[in-house]
Design a protein around this ligand. Sequence first.
Ligand SMILES: [Zn+2]
Ligand SMILES: [Zn+2]
Length: 284
Amino acid sequence: MTNLTNYHSHCLYCDGRANMEDFIRFAISEGFTSYGISSHAPLPFSTAWTMEWDRMEDYLSEFARLKEKFADKIELAVGLEIDYLNEDSNPAFFRFQELPLDYRIGSVHMLYSPEGKIVDIDTPADTFRQLVDKHFGGDLDYVVHLYYKNLLRMVELGGFDIVGHADKMHYNASCYRPGLLDEPWYDTFVRSYFTAIAERGYIVEVNTKSYYELGTFYPNERYFSFLKELGVRVQVNSDAHYPERINNGRAEALAALKKAGFETVVEWHHGRWEDMRIGSVSFV
Ligand SMILES: [Zn+2]
Ligand SMILES: [Zn+2]
């Protein structure tokens, strides 16, 4: 197996279910050549799923210890998955920029309701439906527009390397209103967002977290050939919260990328992002 890498990974510093070391040990046992840790970055308030600032030093020193310990077995990189919440809390925030990280993932998980309430929309589909009805008056178009508006603003502000699960809301929004992805306005909207990503040169991850459960990647496979046309560099990440899931959907994603015309994916080697040929993909 080739292209055994993953750079989107959560551990006990945020909402992952095992120690940082457990993920790295599992990656080594699976034959991974490089691996990245990306806990949820602190927000201006406490949540059950993000790291607190007072844990940052421990996070970085634990990573440094493991990097040295496993130096002859695997190349390790440390990052954070940073939310775009608003103009003050986003990947470009100086406190995130000051940190000695190898890379940063930019993501949107939360939106402000018209009443100013912060709503976590990265939920199961039935919860999403309830949230849209309760906080946004059932106006799905408003929610979809707001989600991509925030993502676009994050792309404009910069300060990160990888766009995290670029269109993740598409699954929940399509459950709310089947056929949404085929509505011309939605397609045009999402394509202009990917064009903005391409113009600024970000890496787009193919996030496989839900592939086995829901049968979709983020972004949806229907955009892969468009991303190729735009010249966007891609990588396959599992967004794993459990060590045994770090390899989930990777072979399927690589095969889908190949089918869309991609010949390379971006991997971390020699302390930098490198374009690596997609090798023979086998489903084991
Ligand atoms: Zn995320
Ligand atoms: Zn994540």
